[in-house]
Design a protein around this ligand. Structure first.
Ligand SMILES: [Zn+2]
Length: 361
């Protein structure tokens, strides 16, 4: 209940009706909650056109074909869009040092900027890690703490995927992040081909790689022989990566055992429902994750696959995708789940606080 621009009371509608019979009731036709958080996106791809194409066509025809459009200018335009939408915070995957520099200068952005790391050749792991650490140490001087009035803005790390880093580089990055308390995000089990790669060492991901940038076999990348039952999640768990509690993005093509491992480790998952549907990757098994007690957050992914940076679109789409899921679970993921992942604070809507229009969506 709102009176004179201030929250006068909160609670179940029946209780409010009983306690305040004189209040006039207005059906808002939406959600009353703090603004939702976009826990996974790629702002530097904001100048791309949206295209719904199967994953293995989308990468060459959209991501690679449009790479000239990627960069700080697009990232700043994406940040403008988030500000205009009143987004509650962002988890952004940052591909280049120039983009990190640009986004760290934004006073109207809060959340975590995860610097992306790739490197499948084990012999290059130590040098790649050394360069990355130097860059990250410089950026961390520009972080904003949780009590900053503009909101927290942190630097994190994103080892791209379990298959695009050598096991040595993955360990170096994750051990460093754990030691320094840096938040991390990893894309995991987005497409069924990733499961095939860990089980067989081959398939479309391996066939489509830039061969000169990779060692001769996938076993050399991951430091073990692929085998039936070796899933991307089990690989990360065996490597000690899950113990550092990275946030796992996508998690579409997973087994019940994978979900149990993630729950045991206490990792959160970020789902990008529109992107997964548009790229024909499958459907995140939300009900199974919820049953296992895994914290779930929502992200748009880039505009190239998710269509917009508005995470409300994900909430709306998730409602049609999971008709059996309590809508409050989806809204909770978009707000609280997002803040948990980013380590930021959700504003409280409670008695005596100022009412803000962005609480209605
Ligand atoms: Zn992504």
């Amino acid at each position: 209940m709102v009176s004179g621009g201030v929250v006068a009371a909160t609670g179940h509608p029946d209780t409010l009706r009983a306690n305040y019979p004189q209040a006039t009731e207005e059906h808002v036709g939406g959600v009353i909650a703090p603004p939702p958080v976009n826990a996974h996106t790629h702002l530097d791809m904001s100048a791309y056109d949206f295209a719904a194409l199967p994953y293995f066509r989308w990468i060459p025809e959209v991501v690679i074909a449009g790479r000239e459009r990627r960069g700080p200018q697009a990232a700043l335009a994406g940040a403008d869009t988030l500000a205009r939408l009143g987004t509650g915070g962002v988890g952004d995957i940052v591909w280049s040092p120039e983009v990190m520099d640009a986004l760290l200068g934004r006073d109207d952005l809060s959340g975590t900027l995860y610097f992306e790391v790739l490197g499948p050749v084990p012999a290059q792991a130590d040098e790649r890690f050394r360069v990355m650490r130097e860059q990250v140490e410089g950026w961390r001087r520009r972080e904003r703490p949780a009590d900053d009035p503009r909101g927290a803005l942190r630097v994190g790390l994103s080892p791209h995927t379990p298959f695009n880093l050598s096991s040595r580089l993955m360990r170096l990055v994750m051990d460093y992040a754990a030691g320094e308390g840096l938040p991390t995000q990893i894309h995991v089990a987005e497409h069924p081909a990733e499961v095939e790669l860990f089980a067989s060492g081959g398939g479309p991901i391996w066939d489509n790689r830039f061969a000169p940038l990779y060692p001769p076999t996938f076993a050399e990348v991951i430091g073990r022989v692929p085998e039936a039952g070796l899933t991307p999640v089990r690989y990360l768990d065996d490597l000690g990566v899950l113990a550092a509690r990275p946030t796992l993005v996508h998690m579409v093509n997973v087994t019940q055992d994978d979900i149990a491992r993630v729950a045991r480790a206490g990792c959160a998952a970020v789902t990008c429902p529109r992107s997964n549907a548009n790229l024909e990757c499958g459907t995140f098994p939300w009900t199974a994750f919820a049953a296992a007690g895994v914290e779930v957050a929502l992200g748009t992914d880039s505009v190239a696959s998710g269509e917009t940076l508005d995470v409300r679109g994900e909430v709306e789409f998730a409602r049609t995708l999971y008709p059996g899921l309590d809508p409050r679970v989806i809204v909770r993921a978009a707000v609280k789940g997002g803040h948990r992942v980013l380590g930021t604070r959700a504003p409280f809507i409670r008695r005596g606080e100022e009412w803000r229009d962005e609480y209605l969506w």
